[in-house]
Design a protein around this ligand. Structure first.
Ligand SMILES: *Cc1c(COP(=O)(O)O)cnc(C)c1O
Length: 505
C-alpha cells in the first residue's frame, strides 16, 4: 500500500471501521499473489497468441484478502442483528443445518453419479417432498425450482400445461391477481403468455372481496371461460389472512380456473393450515424463508412446488419416486404429460439438506409453534406501534405488521426518512413502499426468532423516531440521516437506471 492510500485510509477510519478504496487504487504494480517461474524458451502449446497486459491490479494475497474482508463488514445480515424486512422472513438460520449440509456424504456427491450410489441423498429428497406434501395437503411435489420466483414460473407453467393438454389454452388467457400481489406474480403470468387482470383491494380493507372477485372473473365472459387461474398470496402482502379465500377458490374452480398460491408467506401458516384445504391447486415454498435456509445477497434460494393430484401429471420432472426400498428420479417418458425439465439436474441440494434438518429438528409441533410465535411477534409490534404510526387496517395481523407514514408526513417526515434513521440506530430498515396499495407503507416482519427484549428495543427506537419527527426541527434532523454509515443517502434509482460499471482513474 503506498503512502498516499495509507493516509487516505487513516483519515477515513472510524474506530476499526475502514473506508475502503478500490483494488485498482491500492495497486502500485509489481506485487503478485503467486510466484510463477518464468516459462523461458517454451512455445505456448495452446495455439493462443501471447497476451499483453490487461490491466489487472497487482496486489499480494493479504492485501486482496483484507480488501474483501473489510468490504464484507459493510454488509448487514441476520447474524448481525434484527432484520425486519417484510415479506422476506429473515429468521435465524440454525447452525445445525450447516453442519448436516457439510457432511461429506451430502456435500461431496455429484449429480451425474449413478442413482445406486446416492440412495441416501435421494431418500432425503423424497422425505422433503413428503414433508412439503403433508404440510400443504397437496400430494405432488417437485423440488427443482431455484427460487421463489422460479417456483412461481414452475407452478404457472404447470397450469398452462394443464390447459394446453385439455385443449383450452386458446380461450383461457387471463390470470386474476389482487393489486397487493408481489411484483413477481403478474410478471410470471406475463412470462407464461397470460394477460393479467388486477383486482382492487382498496375498498375492501386490504383483503380480496368476493364481489370484486366475481366482477373480475365474469368481466368479459359470463361463465369466466377466459380465465386460466388466479395468483394469490395468503396471508397477503398486507399481512392479512384472506377470509373469503375458500369461497373465492370455489367460484374460480366452478369457472374452470386453477388457484396458484404464492407461498412466500407460509411462515404464518406452517403446521396450522394446509393450503390444499382452502382450495389451492399449486403453490411454491421459499425454503430460504419459511424453512430457515440462508438468503439475502442473491442466493442460493430454493423454491419447490406442491400441487394437487390433478395437476401432478403436468408438473416438471424430475421428482424422486420410491420403488420397494430404493429411490430414483421419475423420467419424462414415464410421465408424458409433464411440461419437461426446468433446469439442469434436480435443484439446490445443499438447501434441501438444510430445510429437512430444520423440519426434523423442529418436529410437527415445533413448526406449528413457528407460525404461532411469528404471528404473536408481529401483533406485539403492531399493538405497541399503532399509536405512534398509522396502522391502516383494523384488527390483528398475521406474520407481518403494516404501518404508514401518514402521521409523520404532517411534519414533512416520510417513510424513507424513517428507514434511513433506523440505519443510524443500528437496524436494517423494514420493507418500504411495498405493498403499493397504500402510500408510504412500512412492512415489518419480526419472525419468531426474535426475543421480547429485541422487539422492545426496536419498539423503543421506532417510538424515539416518531418523537423526533414530531419534535423541533424534526424534519431537518431526519432528512439528514443516516449520519454515521460509510455511505449516507445514495441515489438508488439513478444507480439502477444509470449504472457506471467502468472504473475511470
Ligand atoms: C420473496 C417473495 C417472492 C419471491 O421469492 P424469491 O425467492 O426472492 O424469488 C415472491 N412472492 C412473495 C410474496 C415474496 O415475499
Amino acid at each position: 500500500m503506498n503512502e498516499k492510500t495509507m493516509m487516505k485510509n487513516a483519515g477515513k477510519t472510524k474506530g476499526l471501521h475502514y473506508e475502503e478504496p478500490l483494488l485498482w487504487e491500492y495497486s502500485q504494480g509489481g506485487n503478485c499473489g503467486v510466484d510463477w517461474p518464468q516459462a523461458e524458451g517454451r512455445e505456448p502449446r495452446t495455439g493462443v497468441p501471447e497476451r499483453g497486459k490487461i490491466g489487472l491490479p497487482s496486489l499480494s494475497e493479504p492485501e486482496v484478502l483484507r480488501h474483501y474482508v473489510r468490504m464484507s463488514t459493510w454488509n448487514y445480515s441476520i447474524d448481525h442483528g434484527f432484520f425486519p424486512l417484510g415479506s422476506c422472513t429473515m429468521k435465524h438460520n440454525p447452525r445445525l443445518n450447516e453442519k448436516t449440509a457439510r457432511l461429506p456424504g451430502f456435500a461431496h456427491i455429484h449429480p451425474l453419479q449413478p442413482e445406486s450410489t446416492v440412495q441416501g441423498a435421494l431418500e432425503l429428497m423424497y422425505e422433503l417432498q413428503s414433508w412439503l406434501s403433508e404440510l400443504t395437503g397437496l400430494p405432488g411435489a417437485c423440488l427443482s425450482p431455484s427460487a421463489g420466483a422460479h417456483g412461481e414460473l414452475a407452478g404457472m407453467m404447470t397450469i398452462r400445461r394443464a390447459h394446453e393438454q385439455q385443449g383450452n389454452i386458446a380461450k383461457r388467457r387471463v390470470i386474476l391477481t389482487p393489486d397487493s400481489s408481489h411484483g413477481t406474480n403478474p410478471a410470471t403470468a406475463v412470462m407464461c403468455g397470460f394477460e393479467v387482470r388486477s383486482i382492487s383491494t382498496s375498498e375492501t380493507g386490504g383483503r380480496l372481496g368476493v364481489e370484486e372477485f366475481k366482477e373480475a372473473l365474469y368481466r368479459t365472459d359470463p361463465m369466466g371461460g377466459d380465465v386460466a387461474g388466479m395468483m394469490v398470496t395468503n396471508p397477503n402482502t398486507c399481512g392479512l389472512f384472506e377470509r373469503d379465500i375458500q369461497k373465492i377458490a370455489d367460484l374460480l374452480h366452478e369457472a374452470g380456473g386453477y388457484f396458484y398460491c404464492d407461498g412466500a408467506n407460509f411462515n404464518a401458516l406452517v403446521g396450522k393450515v394446509r393450503p390444499g384445504d382452502f382450495g389451492v391447486d399449486v403453490m411454491h415454498f421459499n425454503l430460504h424463508k419459511t424453512f430457515s435456509t440462508p438468503h439475502g445477497g442473491g442466493g442460493p434460494g430454493s423454491g419447490p412446488i406442491c400441487c394437487s393430484e390433478e395437476l401432478s401429471r403436468y408438473m416438471p420432472v424430475p421428482t424422486v419416486v420410491k420403488e420397494g426400498d430404493s429411490y430414483r428420479f421419475e423420467t419424462a417418458e414415464e410421465r408424458p404429460d409433464t411440461l419437461g425439465t426446468l433446469k439442469a439436474f434436480a435443484g439446490q441440494f445443499g438447501i434441501f439438506v438444510r430445510a429437512l434438518t430444520y423440519m426434523k429438528s423442529m418436529g410437527a409441533d415445533g413448526l406449528k409453534q413457528v407460525a404461532e410465535d411469528a404471528v404473536l411477534n408481529a401483533n406485539y409490534l403492531l399493538s405497541l406501534l399503532k399509536d405512534d404510526y398509522h396502522a391502516p387496517f383494523e384488527g390483528p395481523c398475521m406474520h407481518e405488521c403494516l404501518l404508514t407514514d401518514k402521521v409523520q408526513k404532517e411534519f414533512d417526515v416520510k417513510t424513507l426518512d424513517i428507514a434511513k434513521t433506523l440505519i443510524e440506530y443500528g437496524y436494517h430498515p423494514m420493507t418500504v413502499y411495498f405493498p403499493l396499495v397504500l402510500h408510504g407503507t412500512m412492512l415489518i416482519e419480526p419472525t419468531e426468532t426474535e426475543s421480547k427484549a429485541e422487539l422492545d428495543a426496536f419498539v423503543a427506537t421506532m417510538k424515539e423516531i416518531a418523537a423526533q419527527a414530531a419534535g423541533e426541527n424534526g424534519h431537518d434532523k431526519l432528512h439528514a440521516m443516516p449520519l454515521s454509515s460509510p455511505r449516507r443517502r445514495l441515489d438508488e434509482v439513478k444507480a439502477a437506471r444509470n449504472p457506471i460499471l467502468k472504473y475511470v482513474d
